[in-house]
Design a protein around this ligand. Structure first.
Ligand code: SME
Length: 166
């Protein structure tokens, strides 16, 4: 009972933090149209808001190679530079257009281990206002099963607000 209460409280706290950070990001980015500035700000503000974030960053669709992602703004240890659509968790998110919530990265077929300490991961497709896929947003944790539907909803709302609003 106590444990169930605790889990619920943590989920509520996390949801509230996502709602708060959405407002903060909107305020900081007000009037700024540069895509790199927008991505770098999202990364910095989210990476500094949550303890379960270990590696936080964007892989951007390469305009010269539409089936390939190239690393964008990130915070964390060295990330691999390029990921083909369909490869690893980021590639699966890009190919399917669906958020990937991975409790155990070691059990995910083709997972790319940029840093061996990563245990779990969430990758959210990022679209512009026309619905075009422009990037994926990747967060890794050094804790197992660190991400939940709360992270998915929070991140999807922030990324839609920053990149898909007219
Ligand atoms: N984990 C990713 C690769 C990128 S890094 O973790 C920074 C994946 O398998 O898609």
């Amino acid at each position: 009972m106590a444990e169930a209460f605790n889990t619920q409280t943590l989920a509520q706290d996390r949801a509230e933090r996502y709602a708060q950070i959405l407002q903060e990001i909107a305020a900081v980015l007000d009037g700024e149209l540069n895509l790199t500035a927008r991505m770098a700000t999202v990364v910095s503000m989210l990476a500094n808001s949550f303890e379960h974030y270990f590696w936080t960053g964007f892989y951007v669709v390469d305009p010269n190679k539409p089936e390939e992602l190239v690393v964008g703004p990130y915070q964390g240890t060295l990330g691999c530079l390029r990921i083909a659509f369909g490869r690893g968790v980021c590639g699966a998110a890009a190919l399917s257009g669906q958020t990937q919530l991975v409790e155990d990265v070691h059990a995910f077929p083709g997972h790319i281990a940029c840093d061996g300490r990563s245990q779990s991961e969430i990758v959210v497709p990022v679209r512009d206002a026309s619905g075009q896929l422009i990037a994926v947003f990747d967060v890794d944790s050094d804790q197992p099963a660190a991400f939940s539907a709360v992270d998915q909803a929070g991140l999807e709302a922030i990324l839609a607000m920053v990149f898909a609003a007219d």
